[in-house]
Design a protein. Structure first.
Length: 509
């Protein structure tokens, strides 16, 4: 039996909890009460397709909460690494899952709410097991599903923007109204997420609708992509055109969700052909991101935080050293100077990004420059700038960098994008863990994993992850590696290159 296998307590009474919509029955696993697949909103199908989430109807009797709810429609061209392949089917996409040491309303434990990544195209809560975090931290862990791809992020005429973010707000409202029954404290809620999940959290910090729903935030590898309304609508028009339709809720609501997801995948497969209209987005793997629509998301997170929107939220933010290497795994050793030049000109900061990087990294070969500029533009600098915006707005931020290299396949992926996820959850049986860490986690992986969970759960409980807050003088940063250290921000060369860059909403060219 591995550390992550469920262990039923023989003879234990199955836990029952009364929530606002009715009673739910969970299971006892490994010393925890675990509840899966609890609806937090009505299924967003039929007459409410593309609508904001609606409150779930009350049910009679006791609802079994034994299994994860079905995932939202997924991009067929981009299977999620965290999926186990055993997901339920159906339309009840909007469900929550809870791991708690004790479903006692008097316990008032800190609460950690996970928001998954997946390039805003794929993802579900089914692939994330909160057991080790809840056990190690003696707190309550919540995961949930939200809409992705066209269903969640496409800008559709006649539908609210950022439906995925509205789903997330609805899930956090469910936590506020119900988590006490599971032994959690609604006044001690920490949201944490990676990649698109981190980008969603950054957006939530900028959203008036989310004010007061969480008190601390951990953003792991924040993407720098937020779309202008014009860009998002042009992308949706291209997706609708794949089906011979207009980009309206009236026309798209009649399309099977999987067919619509496939249309989104078809546009994603030929993003490079839209470079004259979509600019930098045409050189990324996804046509979806949160939309700065002026209503649901009034401004970019960096602008909002610099103006003080996150002042009441304590923040941990950071990135991995070799972020982009995951996306070029099959190209290592094959990046020539022409491709490096192309990447530097598309993504580099300022009027001459190529010259800026060549001057800053004079000895770097083509492959390193290609990787560096995309790591910086997509994840590293957006994450650092989020901390600096938070500090500028009068808030508190702690910064980290993961520099430990993934050991699988000879370590060629380094500290790549996504490596932090299995380390935080300690779930070494998950597909992404097997890919990055190998079939048997090393002692170093176990130790680093425990260190991540200790920092994250301490922050959720106290606001202190174990290292000093970031400021723009010392720039102290926690480095996660075999030998941890607190040092000045390690990527100083890139920081200087990007210090005057503004991460704005990406325009329609």
């Amino acid at each position: 039996m591995t550390a992550m296998e469920p262990r039923e307590l023989v003879g234990a009474v199955e836990p029952e909890v009364a929530i606002t919509a009715g009673r739910v029955r969970g299971r006892r696993e490994g010393g925890l009460a675990v509840f899966r697949g609890i609806p937090f909103a009505e299924p967003p199908v039929g007459a409410v397709r593309f609508a904001a989430p609606r409150p779930v109807r009350h049910w009679e009797g006791v609802r079994e909460a034994f299994s994860f709810g079905p995932p939202p429609p997924q991009d067929p061209a981009m299977p999620g690494f965290m999926s186990t392949g055993d997901a339920a089917t159906g339309d009840d996409w909007l469900t929550v899952n809870v791991w708690t040491p004790d479903a006692d309303p008097a316990a008032r434990r800190p609460v950690m709410v996970w928001i998954y990544g997946g390039a805003y195209r794929v993802g579900s809560a089914e692939g994330y097991d909160g057991r080790r975090i809840a056990s190690d931290g003696d707190l309550v862990v919540v995961t949930f599903n939200h809409r992705v791809g066209v269903e969640g992020f496409a800008a559709i005429d006649g539908a609210p923007a950022n439906r995925a973010l509205l789903d997330q707000v609805a899930a956090l409202e469910w936590v506020r109204e119900n988590i006490t029954a599971f032994g959690g404290d609604p006044d001690q809620v920490t949201v944490f997420g990676e990649s698109a999940g981190a980008g969603s959290i950054a957006a939530l910090m900028a959203m008036p609708r989310a004010t007061g729903l969480f008190h601390r935030a951990i953003t792991q590898s924040v993407p720098g992509t937020y779309f202008s309304d014009a860009l998002a609508r042009d992308i949706t028009a291209a997706i609708a055109a794949e089906l011979g339709l207009r980009p309206t809720a009236a026309e798209l609501s009649g399309v099977d969700p999987q067919v619509l997801a496939a249309a989104g995948a078809a546009v994603a497969a030929k993003l490079g052909g839209y470079g004259d209209r979509w600019g930098q987005v045409a050189h990324t793997p996804t046509p979806f991101s949160p939309v700065v629509d002026g209503d649901v998301l009034p401004t970019t997170p960096w602008e909002a935080l610099a103006a003080g929107a996150g002042r009441g939220v304590q923040l941990v933010t950071g990135h991995n050293r070799d972020e982009f290497r995951l996306f070029m795994a099959h190209e290592l050793g094959r990046i020539d100077d022409a491709r490096a030049v192309g990447a530097l000109r598309v993504f580099g900061p300022g009027p001459d990004g190529e010259r800026a990087y060549r001057d800053a990294y004079p000895d770097a070969p083509a492959q390193q420059l290609y990787e560096l500029v995309q790591s910086d533009w997509l994840f590293r600098m957006p994450s650092l700038h989020l901390a600096e915006a938070q500090v500028a707005g009068g808030g508190q931020a702690h910064v980290y960098e993961l520099t430990w290299s993934a050991p699988a396949n000879g370590g060629f992926l380094g500290a790549c994008h996504g490596l932090d996820v299995p380390l935080v959850f300690g779930d070494f049986d998950a597909p992404v863990a097997q890919m990055l860490l190998g079939p048997e986690p090393s002692e170093a992986a176990e130790v680093l994993s425990a260190r991540f969970r200790s920092a994250w759960t301490a922050f959720a409980a106290t606001g202190d992850p174990g290292w000093p807050a970031y400021d723009t003088h010392r720039r102290l940063t926690q480095v996660f590696d075999t030998e941890p250290a607190v040092t000045a921000y390690p990527e100083e060369t890139s920081r200087r290159l990007w210090q005057d860059h503004v991460f704005g909403a990406l325009p329609l060219s």
